[in-house]
Design a binder for this molecule. Structure first.
Ligand SMILES: NC(=O)c1ccc[n+]([C@@H]2O[C@H](COP(=O)([O-])OP(=O)(O)OC[C@H]3O[C@@H](n4cnc5c(N)ncnc54)[C@H](OP(=O)(O)O)[C@@H]3O)[C@@H](O)[C@H]2O)c1
Length: 248
């Protein structure tokens, strides 16, 4: 459990803020998008499958929260120009960006490294490491213009403590933690811009079900259980928290 698990966010924590959530169509991304919208944010719902994003859009709309925006982009295929187009669309449509939750992730079932292919590693590194880097970089002009911008990267236990059979996924997530340290160091003179990583731990999501089939789900934490930490790190109350890797 994190030291921020008991955080009680004010209901207007993210009022007038524009927050981008990647992989918002299911699991933790969906829960975070809804939590941010409930706390006042206009949320940009990024993902791969439009139908899933539309369902989350409808859930947020039904809450009477600020109208979200859907932006599909396959992070495995995206090139620099696609990221620039994405950011231009945010600037044109919403005029600002106050935070990013890099949540989208992709993995293959665990296997010994000798059976993992170069193509698999390319996909794993592309979606889980290079895309968060490229998207953050493209968004920087908007983030630097924000009064208080929070960036959250998502790591995993396998990234923090690389272990057998997690191969390219572990390496990508370990890379994310290194990226956070480097970027935070570079932003030490920019108090309005902060970046942290969080490690969800075991949570009942479609990804967990895919990697651990047959596991009893009733004892697992649900995505909503983690939202105090996700809200804390995105809002002003975490202004002094910088370059940290936080376990949920
Ligand atoms: N659940 C856990 O126990 C656990 C534990 C440790 C860390 N985490 C981390 O927490 C984050 C969320 O996990 P989760 O369990 O909620 O995952 P999830 O249910 O698998 O959701 C992942 C999301 O990423 C999107 N995505 C995957 N590949 C993509 C691509 N090429 N382009 C764009 N979007 C893509 C998916 O979109 P589509 O549905 O459209 O494919 C999906 O919405 C991940 O970073 C994960 O590594 C989770």
């Amino acid at each position: 459990m994190s030291q921020y698990s008991d955080y009680v966010p004010p209901i207007d924590l993210l009022r007038n803020r524009v927050i981008l959530v990647t992989g918002a169509g299911q699991g933790l991304g969906r829960a975070a998008a809804i939590a941010y919208a409930k706390h006042g944010a206009t949320v940009i719902l990024h993902g791969r499958t439009v139908k899933k994003l539309e369902r989350v859009y409808d859930e947020i709309d039904a809450l009477g929260a600020a109208q979200p925006v859907i932006y599909p982009l396959d992070l495995e295929k995206a090139q620099e120009g696609d990221y620039n187009q994405f950011v231009q669309a945010i600037a044109d449509q919403l005029g600002r960006l106050d935070g990013i939750l890099h949540n989208a992730a992709f993995l293959y079932g665990p296997s010994p490294m000798e059976y993992q292919t170069l193509k698999q590693w390319q996909s794993l590194l592309q979606v889980n490491l290079m895309a968060p880097f490229a998207l953050t970089k493209a968004c920087l002009p908007l983030l630097k213009a924000a009064p208080d911008a929070g960036i959250i990267m998502t790591s995993s236990t396998q990234g923090h403590h690389p272990a057998a059979y997690w191969g390219g996924f572990s390496v990508a997530k370990a890379g994310i933690e290194a990226l956070v340290k480097i970027q935070s160091d570079e932003w030490s003179a920019l108090p309005a811009l902060r970046i942290n990583a969080l490690i969800p731990g075991v949570v009942n999501t479609p990804q967990r079900a895919a990697t651990h089939p047959g596991e009893a789900k009733e004892n697992l934490r649900q995505p909503d259980d983690l939202m105090p930490v996700y809200l804390f790190l995105m809002g002003m109350d975490s202004k002094q928290v910088r370059g940290q890797v936080i376990y949920c």
